[in-house]
Design a binder for this molecule. Sequence first.
Ligand SMILES: Cc1ncc(COP(=O)(O)O)c(C=O)c1O
Length: 432
Amino acid sequence: MTDDLLARHRAVLPSWMPLYYAEPIELVSGSGRRVTDAQGRSYLDFFGGVLTNMIGYDIPEIREAVERQLATGIAHTSTLYLIRQQVELAEKIAQRSGIPDARVFFTNSGTEANEAALLVATNHRRSHQILALRNSYHGRSYAAMGVTGNRNWSASGLNPLQVAWLHSGDRVRGLLARLSADEQVDAAVEDLREVLATQTAGDVAALIAEPIQGVGGFVHPPDGLFAGWKKVLDEHGILFIADEVQTGWGRTGEHFWGYQAHGVTPDLLTFAKGIGNGFALAGVVGRAEVLESVSAISFSTFGGNPISTAAGNAVLDYLIEHDLQANAARVGAILADGLRSAVGGLDCVAEVRGKGLMLGVEFVRPGGGEPDPTLTNRVFEAAREGGLLAGKGGLYGNVLRMGPPLTLTEEEAREGLAILVGAIRSCAGVAA
Ligand SMILES: Cc1ncc(COP(=O)(O)O)c(C=O)c1O
């Protein structure tokens, strides 16, 4: 019984690990883009375990690849031995990363991937100064939390890094809101120059940024902003780290990586979530010169293990063979256009934003910009009652987030859109 499970969960797991929904659900089976809970209710899944079930549920090609590895009797060897699938996946990722002479280091989580990126960047530059963005999220270790610009996700103030903060590119709130895209780029670049001159010793190691801020509510800067920043970074030799944990693998539709919207090439790129489609797989890609900046052994017991890299190869092959980036662009446009035309004009909707299959709706109190997390939560619960799982986010918890599997079909997009629009309009007190 789920009720019993909830009580047992609360008795043994920490309370700072939040559960979604007033009545938390247990998902017990899944197929394609649909999951079923312990009560037998079926849902269309627009959140995919936080953008992680990137291909969907029970995909034969991925299941069979993992089963083949299990059948060898070897689930783990450690990286002290050659791992064929790891080398193959590293070759594919290096080639697709857009980074010249790339090396790949595999980890188990996005946090560890960012930790590794920060390690090599700070070693390479012999500096522990980092530039990060307000409203960012990069993980839960000390360094990753240290570059996280969101109070709700900063569980400790202890920080091994010295961090200076840049504006996020938010167009709804903050000092640079409501500027035109060009004005915002100019202002953000000027801000970077000022931050470098006033808050650092000049020899900064790196700037780390998410092309679209995930936890931050899918806030993203105008295209080209990273290029404006990169020009200034290059004047100082400062490295650029793109955190592609949510934006990678074609999710934004228009590009394979989020950074490509800006016409720049990062020195380091971190990935996680979707590449394992549920298996723990993450890592960092970087120019050899930078990634080799480790003067001691650095070893991850489980990073890039035979099971997760077998899954990763199957995921990447499936993604490319089915051109899921193009699907994200096509199906994402149905969702984005549908949301904009049905709810974009409501007083309680500040913005419908995002790219491809990474879309957010920000809710505010009518007549002003005050965030409305209560309404957001009502919409979130109503969507579930209607049979759709979505996510929440944003600095103030007032953004509904959609990040479905990239295999989402047009019919499923229309079905989910109708549920979302119905939930938003009824919660906002507008006739459906
Ligand atoms: C952009 C980004 N970076 C890093 C992380 C941390 O990844 P993990 O939870 O796998 O440690 C997340 C997780 O949500 C994320 O969204």
